[in-house]
Design a protein around this ligand. Structure first.
Ligand code: KDG
Length: 327
């Protein structure tokens, strides 16, 4: 877009093995108190996005991360970039005259959140394949994408496809979290767009319902096998309070969830992925990746906000007093 400008990177991507991700960051207006919204309800401003949640989670564990996306030229765009950079994430952002998307998060009851998107004609939805720098993708250890960005429109879908193609051609590990959002597209649309991306991915994260968008299977193991039959070497089925089942290079792993009191479950899946990917780029073995993934999921659900409560590495021990991986 002619009115957009690629701003210079504040720092070039790290010489260390780094994760790169592509997506949208939204402004989040969340009601701190449970109950219906009314005139005068307090709303707290935050930011979130599936891919940026992962970026922050990886960065807090000491991993090098680059986030690519579009943000508005206004103050909200500024807040987003400032916050990500403060979290140690390298940002490669196109500033766009369109506004930032908003997400309204009501706590309808103490345990049930309701989300409404204001996401039409916004900066993140104007992402284009031209915004994807080939060298940054090809130089990464891992590219992480989700099924949310391709749901935002043709441009974002093309941009994600381009990133995945560059990575796959360069031998960069491609990680895909299916992250189906029924408010953004239908199951049929999602399946048609995600299947080709999945076929070029090495590692796929999905909940059972999400896995069934792309394959059949009775149970978690059947779903993981179904995903791997489509091309990926590794599949991780996220099972919420029941932990996760992973099929990694043909070997099966089960990771129990870490029991904690649930404050706010939104963001738990992203946190899980962040824990896994942080250990992957650190060269850690599967058991460690899954354990850290479960720990980050536990931190996410036991604190409010998608990413604000995620731990630094030294804090992992706070919740780490349960059994290791059961194989
Ligand atoms: O996983 C949490 C995300 O859903 C949230 O941060 C916002 O990216 C988001 C989305 O599109 O729902």
């Amino acid at each position: 877009m002619s009115s957009s400008t690629q701003e210079p990177s504040p720092s070039s991507p790290s010489p260390r093995p780094y994760l790169v991700t592509v997506g949208e960051v939204l402004g989040v207006l969340s009601a701190p108190e449970p109950g219906p919204l009314g005139l005068g309800s307090a709303l707290r401003l935050g930011i979130a996005g599936a891919e940026s949640n992962v970026a922050v989670g990886v960065s807090r564990l000491g991993g090098a991360v680059t986030w690519i996306g579009r943000v508005s030229e206004d103050d909200l765009g500024e807040v987003i970039l400032r916050e990500l950079r403060a979290e140690g994430v390298t940002t490669l952002a196109v500033r766009d005259p369109a506004p930032t998307s908003l997400l309204l998060k009501e706590r309808r009851t103490a345990t049930h959140s309701r989300v409404t998107y204001y996401r039409t004609g916004t900066a993140g939805g104007r992402l284009s394949p031209r915004d994807i720098p080939e060298d940054v993708i090809a130089g990464a250890a891992v590219l992480h994408v989700t099924g949310i960005t391709p749901a935002l429109g043709d441009g974002p879908a093309e941009a994600v496809r381009r990133a995945v193609d560059i990575a796959a051609d360069a031998g960069v590990t491609v990680s895909l979290d299916i992250n189906f959002r029924s408010l953004l597209w239908s199951e049929e649309e999602a399946t048609a767009v995600l299947l080709p991306l999945l076929a070029r991915s090495d590692l796929v994260f999905a909940g059972p319902h999400e896995a069934r968008l792309v394959t059949g299977g009775q149970d978690a193991l059947g779903l993981a096998k179904g995903i791997c039959a489509l091309g990926p070497r590794d599949a991780v089925i996220k099972l919420g309070a029941e932990g996760a089942l992973a099929l990694l290079d043909g070997q099966q792993y089960r990771q129990p969830a870490i029991p904690v009191r649930v404050e706010d479950s939104v963001g738990a899946g992203d946190a899980f992925v962040a824990g896994y990917l942080a250990e992957l780029i650190a060269g850690e073995p599967p058991e460690r990746r899954l354990k850290t993934a479960a720990l980050l999921g536990a931190f996410a659900v036991s604190t409010t906000g998608d990413w604000e409560g995620l731990p630094r590495r030294a804090e992992l021990a706070l919740l780490d007093h349960h059994d290791d991986v059961v194989r």
